[in-house]
Write a protein that binds this ligand. Sequence first.
Ligand SMILES: Nc1ncnc2c1ncn2[C@@H]1O[C@H](COP(=O)(O)OP(=O)(O)OP(=O)(O)O)[C@@H](O)[C@H]1O
Ligand SMILES: [Mg+2]
Length: 323
Amino acid sequence: MDMIEVSGLFKSYGPIQAIHDINFKVKKGEVVGFLGPNGAGKSTTMKIITGSMAPSGGSVRVAGFDVFEDPIEVKKRIGYLPENPPVYGDMSVESYLKFVAKLKGVEASRVKAQVEKSIEKTDLGSVRRRLIQNLSKGYRQRVGIAQALVSDPEVLILDEPTSGLDPRQVAEVRALIKELKGEHTIILSTHILPEVQAMCERIIIINRGHIVAQDSLEGLSTRMAGATQVKIKVARPSGEVEKSLQAIPGVSALVKSEHGYAMAIASGGAADGATDGVVERIAEAAVQSRAGLLELRRESADLEEIFLKLTTSEETQTTGGAV
Ligand SMILES: Nc1ncnc2c1ncn2[C@@H]1O[C@H](COP(=O)(O)OP(=O)(O)OP(=O)(O)O)[C@@H](O)[C@H]1O
Ligand SMILES: [Mg+2]
């Protein structure tokens, strides 16, 4: 069963198009990682899924309910750790969690037990009576995770759950998320590849508002083992050429650079000939969309290089003028 269904999602902030035609599904109990560099559109997508923000277009269903037609039903089922959790600095950890539990409609008789459970899971026992404003950043992050858990929601949307944590805490949060898997359907975001490798079964890679790849961890690892990379340089990059390149079967990821694109293409295994057809179609697509093909190169680099680029590069999102 699909617990989350995101269809044709668009969002613009004035002239800035933050996300562009985002489509994906998440099955019940799955842990999906949203991987992408700063500004990719991860938080925007998560805000829309949780009903905290309206999209410019498209729809989201959670457990069969439309986020905008049935926001109450959806919010009941979601625990959300926002990128910048709201500050209730003058509340103690415990009273804040009680407050959130009530707000989320947890039955009065179950509030205490739920608060205890979330304190225990996030290891906040030692600071439970301290004011949130006096906690270190790492502990505040744990409070954010605890409030997402406190209503025992079916779905958890965690925006960079390990940000601001020290290495030991990172390991703890990763372990916690693994523990929550199965009981909850989880989407988490990160810009670090090892992070998704440690926690997620499936990865959705997003760059400049577009999904550039989505696959199981296994599938991605297999592709990483022996993928071929094709780099092209064009005189006139455009949305049209980008779309036609992405549509070519065998092109599994596409990264923009200043004057062109780098693509990961399906591995042909031992026989190089298997990828020739894909390279040919890439050349055709560039010519047909009149982008002015200047250069085309095949490199036997592995996919990891592309993902690294995707997840660390600032160059792809600086100007916005290339496409
Ligand atoms: N409120 C806003 N007003 C204008 N532009 C915004 C707003 N929020 C986000 N953006 C822009 O939308 C794009 C996507 O931002 P978003 O926060 O979704 O990215 P992200 O993947 O979460 O990045 P990060 O890793 O830095 O958290 C960026 O170009 C960002 O500058
Ligand atoms: Mg973000």
